[in-house]
Design a protein around this ligand. Sequence first.
Ligand code: BMA
Length: 328
Amino acid sequence: MSPTPPIRRSYETLFKRHLGNPILTAEMWPYPAHTVFNAGATRLEDGTTLLLVRVEDRTGQSHLTAARSKNGIDEWIIDAQPTLAPDPVNHPEEIWGIEDPRITWLSDLGQYAIAYTAFSTSGPGVSLALTKDFKTFERKGLVMQPDDKDAALLPHKIDGNFAMIHRPVNDHGAHIWISYSPDLENWGQHKMMLRARKGSWWDANKIGLSPPLIETPRGWLMLYHGVRNTCAGSLYRLGLALFALDKPEVCLLRGDEWIFAPQTEYEKTGDVDNVAFPCGFTIGADGDTINLYYGAADTSMALATGSIKALLEWLDQHGRPPPAVLTR
Ligand code: BMA
């Protein structure tokens, strides 16, 4: 029998905001930019933290630009020009810009995979690009047709196939799915991973993957955003779930409560108020610290740190296997 959880006097703080937030703003950009947010993140071989930042200009369209820092906190060196710009001539699906990249190091290929939103005239879809150095890119093109977004690859193959998480939308809702591919181009074996809940739940209206999954000995840890529509607009908050290592579509535990929500001025006020939207993380040298990079109010970039161990402990106390159908 599991031990009785201690009585709670307040909610746990699982992610601590960096006091210097926001860590990246449009004012720091080497060229005109309106907002900088929703960056993918990775740590390069030499220890440098690289953020691939979504930059929106005054046309309203977005491109991606790399910012590099030795400590992942400050002294960012930002590319002087867009690092990955939309290419509507060869990729018409990018006509209205490219957004929200998630980066995964694929050890099988010795390359980084970037899954990003391509904003086409039919809506947002998922595109993939590969790179070794964040200077040159091999575009794989649109791999999931609109409406689909919030995608990231798993870092290694599952049963001989690449795996990608994504969030298609249809009349039946916006839920998180996983699909498999032998070659990163042909995708199949589509499986539902996690459903948006209903009614008054904090994650009732839409859910989507936030950063790529975090691999732990106990399973794949997922931070996902849940959206609740209110009369005052949408609220974006973060929840936690754990999936089986060998069968990532199997959810082992899902927390009922959100664990992170817009609270500070830079998260509550901006182009889109009340948004905390992480698209990337790095792991600290201790193997436990999560540096979570998130877009704040679709305006700037912020950083918060958490612990894998603490997240798993929280899920043990506050999570449960999801029922087959969530109608409550
Ligand atoms: C989502 C995405 C994000 C954005 C968020 C809040 O649907 O488009 O890029 O940060 O909405 O506006």
